[in-house]
Design a protein around this ligand. Structure first.
Ligand SMILES: N[C@@H]1[C@@H](O)[C@H](O)[C@@H](COP(=O)(O)O)O[C@@H]1O
Length: 248
């Protein structure tokens, strides 16, 4: 894994944006895997700014989002569909028919998972953007998820629901289940770009990079991927060994 320790969230967001913009400029019909959560918001702001200033076009880009809450309709302002629309998609020229986000309110959720896996199998994601949960989850793959799992329904950890409660009126409103790309899908991307900030992520970041590869820390699965870039601030990097900090 390439680990870059940055001074500010702004620096992380700019570096991440440059990574995506370079990909889209080189290959206009790139397939980009998008993530939600607060970590990539700065990156999306930068992409929108660049779109307005430099007209980088997304008209041929195909997108796949990692996950969606289960039991939430896409027009609900807590849905990840709504998040992507608000923070990125409505500001750029990506085509609606090129956007893929698992549906959180399909009548048959297992069929939805199968459909999403089928769509994913028709493409190779060029860059998958990731955040990381404080319990080491990626997408919504909670601790204990087998690494060979593809898109599936998952019961959210209490920790995850507590962490995400800040976006809802109360803890009880946080959905109990989600639909998420599996770790197997995530590892099939050509490149992975993970963003983590703040000391709440420090333990998960250390275990992702320096700990054993274990289903107890889902992000440790990334150790077996050949092209992962991790952008962190000093707080998120604070538990990494000194050796590691120097060599990065
Ligand atoms: N499912 C999302 C993840 O994709 C995200 O990476 C993570 C961290 O979120 P944040 O960036 O807000 O800390 O939690 C959420 O639950």
């Amino acid at each position: 894994m390439k680990v870059e320790i940055c001074n500010t969230y702004e620096e992380i967001s700019k570096k991440a944006a440059a990574f995506i913009i370079e990909q889209v400029n080189q290959v206009p019909n790139s397939v980009i895997g998008f993530a939600t959560g607060s970590s990539p918001i700065g990156l999306y702001k930068e992409l929108v700014r660049d779109y307005r200033e430099n007209a980088t076009s997304y008209k041929d880009v195909i997108s796949f989002n990692l996950d969606e809450y289960f039991g939430i309709n896409k027009d609900n302002d807590q849905s990840y569909y709504y998040f992507m629309k608000t923070h990125l998609f409505k500001h750029i020229d990506i085509k609606k028919e090129h956007i893929h986000i698992p549906s959180g309110d399909s009548e048959d959720v297992l069929e939805e998972c199968e459909f999403y896996n089928k769509k994913l199998a028709e493409h190779i994601v060029d860059i998958q953007i990731l955040g990381i949960g404080s319990n080491g989850h990626i997408g919504f793959n909670e601790p204990g998820t087998p690494f060979d799992q593809k898109t599936h329904v998952i019961e959210l950890d209490e920790k995850t629901r507590q962490d995400n409660a800040r976006f809802f009126n109360s803890y009880d409103e946080v959905p109990q289940y989600a639909v998420t790309m599996g770790i197997k899908n995530i590892l099939q991307a050509r490149k992975i770009l993970l963003i983590a900030t703040g000391e709440k992520k420090a333990d998960a970041v250390k275990r992702m990079i320096e700990g054993p590869e274990t289903i107890d820390l889902p992000a440790s699965a990334l150790q077996s991927h050949p092209d992962v870039t991790v952008l962190v601030d000093y707080e998120a990097a604070s538990m990494l060994s000194q050796n590691f900090k120097k060599s990065s």
